[in-house]
Design a protein around this ligand. Structure first.
Ligand code: G3P
Length: 225
């Protein structure tokens, strides 16, 4: 499963990219607004940090305008993925953009049937919103499971990009359900690496290491610094 970061904060993106396991970025209008920077300026910096798929969202409501925005986003950078909300005009636009070879990410998906329509329209990615569904009292992870079953059953190649993820548990459930990608905020991405027992075990090992006589092997490394 690929790991994407869901933000337009370039400091967070740079730090997460430095960890070596980041495959891509998803942005949305809220993230761009929060960055407090100009749209093109912040995008240019993000594309310079991560060499992978970067979703950039359209903001029009009619298909012709969405297609025009999508073409502009695609022209902006070869790694751009045009993010389009799931709605009739959006899926008309996705069909057109995909026929032009432009990659798309159909977003704000809350039902398996919406995901089916996105696949029929030729979407590259579908973004089911897990945690927002949980917050509404629904089973967010079963949405990913059902989309996986439908896509496998009918051979759709649209990739499942699980979004709106807020907990480590939800990341684990995405792995179990067969999501192709999980996108998440910086803090959650960072917490995937952590476990209190790892910290306790490491502290014990380092404490015990103090009882071992100095080794020439590591002394040589220190001298080389
Ligand atoms: O960017 C799409 C999505 O991941 C946003 O999720 O619910 O954390 O705002 P949320």
């Amino acid at each position: 499963m690929q790991l994407f970061i869901d933000t337009a904060n370039v400091d967070e993106i740079r730090t997460a990219a430095g960890w070596g396991l980041l495959d891509g970025v998803t942005t949305n209008p809220t993230h761009i607004a929060k960055s407090g920077r100009g749209f093109e300026e912040v995008l240019l910096e993000i594309f310079g940090i991560v060499d992978g798929p970067i979703s950039v969202e359209t903001v029009s409501l009619d298909a012709a305008s969405i297609v025009n925005e999508g073409r502009a986003i695609a022209r902006f950078h070869p790694n751009a993925v045009v993010k389009v909300p799931v709605m009739i005009e959006g899926l008309k636009a996705v069909r057109q953009l995909s026929s032009e070879g432009i990659k798309t990410n159909v977003t704000l998906c809350f039902s398996p049937v919406q995901a089916f329509l996105a696949a029929k329209a030729g979407a590259t990615y579908i973004s089911p919103f897990l945690h927002r569904k949980e917050l509404a009292g629904d089973d967010g992870i079963s949405l990913v499971r059902e989309i996986r079953a439908i896509y496998d059953r009918y051979g759709y190649r649209t990739r499942i990009l699980a979004a709106s993820i807020r907990t480590v548990r939800e990341v684990l459930e995405c792995l179990r359900a067969g999501a192709d990608v999980a996108t998440m905020p910086f803090d959650l991405l960072e917490s995937l690496y952590k476990h209190s027992m790892t910290d306790a075990g490491l502290a014990m090992f380092l404490d015990d290491w103090k009882k071992v006589p100095p080794t020439r092997l590591f002394a040589d490394l220190a001298a080389a610094r």
